[in-house]
Design a protein around this ligand. Sequence first.
Ligand code: UD1
Ligand code: CA
Length: 458
Amino acid sequence: MEELIAVILAAGEGTRMRSSLPKVLHRLCGKPMLWHVLKSAAAVTARQIIITGYGADQVREYFGEEFFYLEQRERLGTGHALQQSLPHLPETGLVLVLCGDAPLLEKEVLQELIFYHRQSGASATVLTSRLQDPSGYGRIIRDKSGGVQKIVEELHLAPEEKALKEINTGTYCFDLGALKKYLPLLPKNEVKGEYYLTDLVHLLVEAGLSVKAHLLKDARLALGVNDRSQLSQAAALMRKKINDGLMRAGVTMIDPLSTYIDAGVEIGVDTVIYPQTVLEGETKVGKGCRLGPGAHLIDTRVGDGVLCRHSLVLGSVLEDGANVGPYAHIRPGSKIGPSVKIGDFVEIKNSSIGQGSKVSHLSYVGDAEIGPDVNMGAGSIVVNYDGRKKHKTVIGKGAFIGCNSNLVAPINIGKGAFVAAGSTVTRDVPSDSLLISRPEQIVKKGLGKRFLKKKKEK
Ligand code: UD1
Ligand code: CA
């Protein structure tokens, strides 16, 4: 079978998005619309050509050199966009044409379209759908015998045609022989000053070639995103698909409607996700975890049996059995070791915490390397910044850092050392020693009572 090529039209500015970002870079479930389209396209074709235009550099930068780009310098419509690819397409075979703003068309749908096109031997096959509310889409006009006659854009519909429910999804299969011959002949639409790809259908029919329509049964997948309201509709559908897939694979979700998981996030079996949990980017979660309510993890690797509630974790690792939150903030570059406890109102930045250590309440730990079985008391602070530079702190195995102590970095607290509560530590503490650094306590007998009495008399 001949090599199958996909051309993806992605040059439009997306005026209706009202954005400085090219439309196809707007994201749903963490990835740009065009990413979703390319994923489906790459699953069914050997080569993908992307037609870029508005924000071409941004699009190229995101997707890299793995793809072949052609720039449509003047945006003269979808037909003109596809014309850019003609010199780069072989003389025979077939091409799949997709719109960069239809992110829900999954590979199965494209496979079906290609299969149907090959079987029928048509010169062109349009993927169509039936919508309750077809407004905004091009409509399929059929002749008396039910054959496809042409596609008419919403703007040009006769009043009686407005009721037609069969729409053009903007996805097509073309026989390359026919495309090479007829695409250059597209007329310019005088109202819009554009070359409509949809007009090619009529050209082919007029030339006596066969054009078929393949109906997409699940009309929801046809959604073309032109504005941010449609973007949110597409995202909701994509989210449902992701969540359903994960639940079928053994993940429990207490409320999938309030669970937000990016495309590509992996989660192991028997993990339970509570409401208002957001898992973003390159996050990977192990088995038997409990995440949420209110866990927000970005680019984070989570081991097995981890508990994380009401917390934000960015670019970090939570190893097996770690227990995070409520109300912890773990910032990039942190490694929370096995069975570590990170409690309420604790911030950890770029630090590693060894197995079984506890940072249970109200602490800040930055640029530190904390060994196993360390106890960081309530309110203990790693003073990593001197106003100019960040410095490192090392705390050895089994050390005990008393409540409300300040460890002024750079500093080294030896194994098994004991730092008394309220100490400000500015020099290294040797292993197994006790450090106490706070003013001596003064007690004046009876003075408290006298003081309070005077206050009352006033
Ligand atoms: C298009 C179809 C319409 C169909 C709908 C499906 C045409 C004329 N109309 O309308 O029949 O129902 O999609 O969603 O084809 N693009 C370019 N260069 C251009 C113009 C557009 O690359 O000069 C790209 C856009 O980036 C977009 C795609 O083509 O990804 C479709 O363009 P858009 O303006 O969104 O077309 P619609 O009005 O939605
Ligand atoms: Ca569109």
